[in-house]
Write a protein that binds this ligand. Sequence first.
Ligand SMILES: [Zn+2]
Length: 327
Amino acid sequence: MTTYGAICSVWRNRRSQNARLANRDSDITRRRRMLECDEVREHKIAPIFPPMCEQSNRPEEPAQREIRRAVLSQAAPGIEPIVERMTFEAVKRCWCGGRLDPWENFGVYRRCSSCGCKAVEFRPTWASLEIFYREYYWREYQAAYHCPPIEERYERDMTDRIPQYLDWMRQLCPPPARLLEIGCGNGRLLREASLAGYDASASEMDPRVAAWVREKTGLPVFVGTLPPLSEGTFQLIVAIDVLEHVPDPRAFVREIRARLDPRGRVLLHCPVIDSDEAARTSRDVFNPLSHLWVHTTESLMRLWREAGFRLRWMGRLFEMPCWGAEP
Ligand SMILES: [Zn+2]
C-alpha cells in the first residue's frame, strides 16, 4: 500500500469536514478577489485567467493533514507554512484519461498505464495553486530550494540559458514577430527578445514579480496564467518550465492554440523522463508541490499531437529536451 493508500483509510466525518473546507475556500476566494481588485485598480491589467481545472475529489481534513505531511517528506525544509495553507485534491486519472498505477520510485507520484506520464496522486487545488504562485513561488519557495532571488537570476540567466533560447526562437519564428512568454519569471528572456526585435509581452502569476519585470523592462506583463483572448494572437509563444506545473495540460495546450496565429510556433521546454533509472537520478524533478506531471516523450508527443500540433526537435538544455510545436 502506498503512503496515500494508507491516508485514504483514515477519511471520516465527511459532512462536517466538507463544511470546514467550504469555509476555508471561501476565505481563499475572498482573498483572491481582493488581490484581483487591487491589481486591476493599480496596474489596469486584465483579471486573472479563470481556473483551468475542476475542483473535485477533495479529501477530508484529517486526510489533508496526512497529505501535507507526505508532501513535506519529499519537499525542501522550510516550506511548512506554505503547505499548511494549501488544500489538496485527489488526481484519479492521467491527463490522457489513462489509469494511474502505483509507482515505486517516489511515493507521492503514480505512473500512467497508457502514456507513462507520472502524476502526483494528490495535488493542490486551483485556489491553493493560485495563492502559491501569486505569493510564494518566486520568493520563499525558491529560497527553500536554494535558488537565487529573481534579481540575481536576471543577471545569471544571461550566461547559461538565454542565448540558447533566443537561438531556438529565431529558428522557429525569427523577428519581427509578436511574442508571448508564458510565466516570464525574472523577465530577462523577455527583455533580450525585445532587444532582438520581437514585439514581446508576457504573463506572470505573481503580481509583485510582474510589476518588477514591467519596471525593469518597460514591457507589458499580464498578471495571470495567460493574457485574455481580447489581446489577439501571437506568432511565437514560449513556455519554458511551465507545462509540468499546470493542473490540466490538455486545457493549457488548447488555450495556447487559441492565442496562436494560424501559422504560429510554440517553443516548449519542460522535464521529460523516460525511464525509471533516469527518474532516480533526477530526484529534483519530482517535486510534488509544483511539478504535477512529469512527462515521458510518449506522453508529451501525444498531448501536442492530439491538439493538432507537430513537434520539432530543437535540442537539449539542462539535460531536458526542447521542442518546437507548430499547428
Ligand atoms: Zn497518460
